[in-house]
Design a protein around this ligand. Structure first.
Ligand SMILES: [Zn+2]
Length: 242
């Protein structure tokens, strides 16, 4: 030991300050979108009506099977098994219904077939069944894909600047907070987005997907927004009463 049993600790060299912005690519990538498309085999861009319908029928069969098993066998299960069986059914049927939603979403991108009238018909039926306004989403969603992640032009998930975060945001920056945020996003996020444009870009007035005169849509799209709304009303009218 040295004098007095004390050792002097040399000051640790100051760590260079971490700048996350240095990791963010700000310049254009050394390739174009066109080059990426050319690198993908041409058959990947081909649409086959029969194959598309096979996915739809596959999902229909599964959904019908789940429904049949649940409604015919669950009521005769001994207590408390129904309390376990029904949530499992909801989760499984939810996955299949999400597959319907994804198929309708592909119709909105005209990826289901080469015929727009067929894509719009299938997409409209499936999305309307799931209470999603097909044409409204089709038009707004296209802008989302062409501007994904843009602070100025994204249509669905506009990233927030740090300065725009509310005072309570820092309290959610932990595992429990993120769990709560994700839970709210997965349950209320979708209807709140459609109704009130939550997480969407700012507009001069309320950007509601059910409003044919809303600022999201152009004049030539408004008639189809009425059609989407009529589909929603029809679905609601089919719900069991009482
Ligand atoms: Zn999409």
């Amino acid at each position: 030991m040295g004098a007095g049993g004390r050792t002097s600790v040399p000051p640790s060299p100051k760590k260079p300050e971490f700048n996350p912005l240095k990791r963010v690519p700000c310049s254009k990538p050394p390739f174009t979108l066109c080059q990426i498309k050319k690198a993908i085999p041409p058959h990947c861009f081909k649409r086959f009506v029969l194959r598309s319908f096979s996915y739809l029928i596959y999902d229909l069969v599964l959904a019908s099977l789940f429904y049949y098993v649940a409604t015919n066998y669950f009521p005769s299960l001994p207590q408390p098994l129904p309390y376990v069986a029904w949530p499992i059914y909801w989760a499984m049927q939810g996955c299949i219904f999400t597959a319907f939603w994804a198929l309708a979403h592909e119709c909105g991108h005209q990826a289901f077939s080469d015929y727009q009238w067929l894509d719009d018909t299938i997409g409209f039926i499936l999305h309307t069944f799931l209470l999603t306004p097909y044409f409204s989403l089709k038009y707004s969603h296209r802008r989302h894909h062409s501007n994904t992640g843009s602070l100025e032009r994204d249509e669905v998930f506009v990233p927030k600047k740090k300065s725009a975060l509310k005072w309570w945001a820092k309290h959610f920056n932990n595992p429990l907070g993120r769990f709560l945020e994700i839970s709210i996003q997965l349950t209320l996020g979708w209807p709140l987005y459609l109704l009130f444009n939550i997480t969407g870009p700012p507009y001069d007035w309320l950007a509601c997907h059910y409003d044919p005169y809303g600022p999201i849509f152009s004049d030539r799209q408004r008639l189809q927004i009425y059609v989407s709304d009529a589909g929603m009303l029809f679905t609601f009218s089919c719900w069991p009463k009482g």
